[in-house]
Design a protein around this ligand. Structure first.
Ligand SMILES: [Fe+2]
Ligand SMILES: [Fe+2]
Length: 258
């Protein structure tokens, strides 16, 4: 079974880029399941029901999120209702949405789990014991587990890879919007990458127009950010999952959108 995971889709340019490339990605990788991080899909921050539907129409099966998930109030009720859009599991228990979902992929059941790092990001509980309890719970109901670890620092991400090695098919880092060069299958059989990267404009600064981002850094004054739109790239990974639920391989997908 092959899983295509798409890194943080940023704004309309990212959505349009992915829409144009999905047929080619499907041809090339023949995924049985497509997961995308959608925390930046709505104007660069957050997600809405309409945009989630747009991604589903493109062929995305499950949408993960992260720290920007609650940007738009209208989405809260949808997050409670949807079993295809998830938010980090270690947020406050009473917050809208759920932290994992189990979906069919071919003749298998795949659990998709979203976790947030707790270093430099706000999370209600440590992701490590949270990962233990979810993996134990969903392990009984699924054939493979894919984790989107939405975290800021590489140390916490690498640690999570080792923490879950041999227990899940993949630990895939998101949030920094910059792909890392460390994709590999760990010795226990878990595919790992510190950050998948971003699906959006490479001409900006992690998705924002570069003149505005530079202004903010140069002046240290508040600046209104718009989504960058030139030179859109798809950043993702393809994980081949064996019949035992662990990973055979992980391959980066870094392609310009045409
Ligand atoms: Fe993001
Ligand atoms: Fe994020």
């Amino acid at each position: 079974m092959r899983v295509l995971f798409i890194g943080d889709i940023v704004g309309r340019p990212g959505r349009a880029g992915l829409a144009s490339m999905m047929p080619e990605l499907r041809d090339r990788h023949a995924p049985d399941l497509v997961i995308a991080n959608g925390e930046n899909t709505a104007g660069g921050l957050g997600i809405t029901e309409k945009i989630a539907d747009e991604l589903f129409d493109m062929g995305v099966d499950v949408i993960t999120t992260g720290n920007h998930v609650y940007r738009h109030k209208q989405v809260y009720e949808y997050l409670d209702r949807s079993d295809r859009v998830i938010r980090p599991a270690n947020y406050m228990a009473g917050n809208p949405g759920r932290g994992h979902t189990i979906v069919p992929a071919g003749d298998r059941r795949v659990a998709v789990v979203n976790l947030s790092g707790s270093v430099e990001l706000r999370a209600a509980r440590s992701p490590f014991p949270e990962a233990d309890s979810i993996v134990e719970r969903v392990g009984r109901e699924s054939d493979a587990i894919i984790v989107d670890f939405h975290a800021e620092v590489t140390s916490e991400k690498v640690a999570m890879g080792w923490h879950l090695d041999g227990r899940v098919a993949a630990v895939l880092g998101t949030h920094t919007h910059v792909p890392t060069a460390d994709a590999r299958v760990l010795p226990g059989g878990t595919a790992y990458i510190s950050d998948v990267g971003m699906t959006g404009s490479r001409a900006g600064v992690i998705g924002v127009k570069r003149e505005q981002a530079l202004d903010a850094f140069r002046t240290q004054m508040p600046v209104k950010f718009d989504t960058a739109d030139e030179d859109v790239w798809i950043n993702g990974v393809v994980v081949e999952v064996r019949s035992d639920g662990l990973a055979e391989s992980i391959e980066q997908v870094l392609v310009p959108a045409s």
